[in-house]
Design a protein around this ligand. Structure first.
Ligand code: 3HC
Length: 684
């Protein structure tokens, strides 16, 4: 293997280069090379300062995650960072791309930091269930201040170079040739002594009000719910305000090791690779090139169509949006404008960016204008006949090579494609609501979808910052298909004696953002309702018949006050009781464990069927769907990983215990039974 670290000298400045594609992760060879080159520069009398820079797309993006869980190879990253800081000559970091995790810690070990304005700095360790373990929790608050360090470490979100510059984390922003500027900067500072060491600064960690930490936690309660890493990050940063640096790093090390050996870190690290694997399409070679998409068409300016359009507009791709009448078109456009405005109000967009995005939108009533588009996404209501009519019209007007996509959540893409003469160009693009916010995109591969159409969809997803997962054609694809048994069991449990509150509580305590009934109330109890108030076959039908359609009507499974705060509803309870009596279901005490077995274990069973039928490429894709589409707690990896951690034999035992109650149309997945028997796992 070639050495990833090399050096060259410009006058009296030594440049240490890292070239370790794809992201300059700080693997063993990089760590060894850095120490070797720092020591060489120190010894060389002709060198007066050092610049550390990276080739390729980014500055060090962190420790090498593939080394986690393997026997450690010296030198350790904390020692490398210390070695850089203790260099007797000034060291300047030249930052481009993303200085993340250990990469940001290396930058903090340097005496100075120069960055391109496009660079980002961050501590994403929390996303891996960890904390910055190479002195980051102690150096960052000393340099950037406690509040910013807390924010970076507990949220995992990177900050812009500009923000880092304002906070003192970057010393100089430069445009153009980064390394040339860094060398010039090194020339300017080469004689300054003492060298500014991040670990020795304490002006920003002295006299910090201890209440700040509790206040931060209160204001960001969501970050801390059920998750151990954010708390450990907070405690380490608090330590930086209470104890000297040397003690702080010892505590940091201890907590890092504690986290690293925990189940949550393992789940999160599994998920990191699961997410990246999801982008890979089985059976499609790397040589397949995507089609060019320079204009997108969207049919339908309702909630979904508008949200979908915003993704492309925000990414700078023009959108032609078509509606049936002017009023609907105006309403849809106004909602998009309003959503952008509220993002701008929160400071996440400038007015200029809002204008730019909306300037790329071409709202029209003229269906034929879709002939200009390279990708056309149909986002009208779920009705096969309507969709077929739209696709046969599209077939006549769309340009050759245009991709024709449906945003259907359940319907058969093959049937939709069958009305066209170009089924290879047809694909499902199932966005999740709100489509401008939710990260998940199910890319539904029809029997005849062309490889380059799939490759285009996956590449485009990345461009609009979605996480895409390939799904096969089946009712509800991956995510919604797994919701069906959960919803069915949840309603049945109501008849048997559980309350909506109890079932929701079990899910929330598990780590889901909300339970099945809270979700139904938010999404609309009436979704998929047959709209006949006389026909009452389920509790849902009964609620819909009396206008309890969820939050939008102020009532659903719960009652809502004017601030949309829920409370248990006596009316709903009497509907449940009446229904149970009518069906002759006897009430009994339902344990929380039974709720887990009947709602979550049945989901796992459905996931196994999806795998068995080849409707998901791999178990980890199912986990990606559930984390990004439904808020499954990432520290539990996803339903399939979680089932593996619980033990598949335990899942099977639980399901066997409940089998009689699961209904006549429920059946075991053969794959689940087989794996449980052989002691195998889905994901490992
Ligand atoms: N170690 C090993 N491999 C890594 C890696 C890392 N830190 N970061 C990324 N990779 C790999 C990915 O697995 C992927 O591999 P593949 O091509 O085989 O699938 C490849 O690099 C490219 O990654 P992405 O597809 O994610 O590329 P993007 O351009 O979309 O994103 C990135 C680049 C923003 C750097 C993103 O990869 C990322 O966020 N990486 C993780 C950064 C991170 O978590 N760093 C902290 C590590 S923990 C740490 O530093 C501990 C320390 O405090 C002691």
């Amino acid at each position: 293997m070639t050495d990833p670290i090399s050096s060259e000298t410009h006058g009296d400045i030594r440049i240490i280069w890292s070239d370790n594609p794809p992201v300059n992760a700080l693997g063993a060879a990089v760590r060894q090379g850095l120490v070797r080159e720092i020591e060489a520069a120190e010894k060389d009398d002709a060198v007066n300062a050092v610049v550390i820079a990276c080739k390729g797309r980014t500055f060090f993006a962190g420790a090498d995650i593939t080394e986690f869980g393997k026997p450690p190879v010296m030198p350790w990253l904390p020692d490398v960072v210390d070695r850089i800081e203790n260099c007797t000559k000034p060291v300047v970091a030249a930052i481009h791309g993303t200085a993340l995790g250990g990469g940001c810690e290396v930058a903090l070990g340097c005496h100075y930091r120069v960055a391109l304005p496009s660079a980002k700095l961050g501590f994403p360790e929390v996303n891996l269930g960890l904390l910055p373990g190479a002195g980051g929790t102690q150096r960052a608050p000393r340099v950037a201040g406690v509040e910013l360090a807390l924010q970076m470490a507990t949220s995992g979100k990177p900050i812009s170079a500009e923000k880092a510059h304002d906070a003192g984390l970057v010393d100089r922003l430069v445009e153009g040739d980064l390394v040339q500027h860094a060398v010039a900067y090194a020339e300017e500072v080469k004689d300054i002594r003492p060298l500014p060491k991040s670990s020795e600064r304490d002006d920003k960690v002295r006299n910090v009000d201890p209440a700040l930490f509790d206040e931060y936690k209160k204001a960001n309660a969501k970050l801390f719910r059920g998750d151990v890493a954010p708390q450990a990050n907070l405690e380490c940063i608090r330590t930086a305000t209470e104890k000297p640096y040397e003690e702080g790093v010892k505590i940091e090390r201890m907590k890092f090791m504690e986290l690293m050996s925990g189940e949550q870190a393992r789940a999160r690290q599994y998920f990191f690779f699961a997410e990246r694997k999801a982008a890979k399409i089985e059976g499609v070679g790397e040589d397949v090139t995507p089609r060019e998409i320079s204009r997108v068409g969207v049919i339908g300016a309702g909630t979904m169509g508008g949200g979908i359009s915003m993704n492309f507009l925000s990414a700078g791709i023009p959108v032609t949006i078509v509606e049936m009448n002017q009023e609907a078109l105006d309403r849809g456009t106004a909602v998009m404008q309003k959503n952008y405005q509220s993002t701008a109000k929160k400071g996440r967009m400038t007015e200029e960016q809002v204008e730019q995005a909306m300037g790329l939108l071409d709202p029209t009533l003229d269906f034929d204008k879709l002939s200009e588009c390279d990708l056309i996404i149909e986002a009208v209501y779920e009705n096969m006949d309507v969709k077929k009519e739209i696709f046969s019209r599209l077939d006549k007007i769309a340009k050759k090579g245009a991709i024709l996509a449906s945003n259907t959540s359940y319907l058969d893409i093959n049937e939709i494609a069958s009305v066209t003469d170009r089924p290879g160009d047809v694909v499902g693009l199932h966005f999740f609501s709100p489509a401008n916010i939710m990260k998940l995109l199910e890319v539904v591969r029809g029997d005849r979808t062309a490889d380059d159409v799939l490759v285009t969809a996956m590449a485009l997803a990345k461009k609009i910052r979605k996480v895409a997962v390939v799904a096969g054609v089946c009712y509800g694809f991956i995510g919604n298909r797994m919701l069906i048994p959960r919803q069915k069991q949840a309603e049945q449990l109501l008849l048997e004696g559980a309350t909506p509150q109890q079932i929701d509580k079990v899910h929330v305590e598990f780590g889901m953002p909300m339970g099945p009934f809270q979700m139904a109330d938010l999404a609309g109890v009436d979704i998929g309702w047959h709209r006949d108030p006389e026909r009452i076959e389920s509790i849902r039908d009964a609620l819909c018949a009396i206008d309890r359609w969820g939050q939008k009507k102020g009532a659903g499974f719960y009652d809502y006050d004017e601030n949309r705060r829920p409370s248990p509803s006596g009316k709903v309870q009497s509907i449940i009781d009446e229904f149970a009596a009518r069906k002759g279901v006897e009430k009994r005490e339902i344990s929380d464990q039974e709720i887990v077995e009947r709602t979550l274990y049945t989901m796992v069973n459905e996931g196994a069927k999806i795998l068995e039928e080849g409707k998901a490429q791999r178990a980890s894709d199912i986990d990606v769907v559930w984390v990004y589409g439904y808020g499954w707690p990432v520290y539990r990896g996803g339903p399939m990983y979680w089932a593996d951690s619980e033990g598949l034999d335990k899942i099977v035992d639980g399901l066997k215990r409940q089998e009689e109650r699961l209904g006549d149309d429920w059946s075991f997945s053969e794959l689940l039974l087989d794996k449980a028997e052989k002691g195998e796992k889905f994901t490992r």
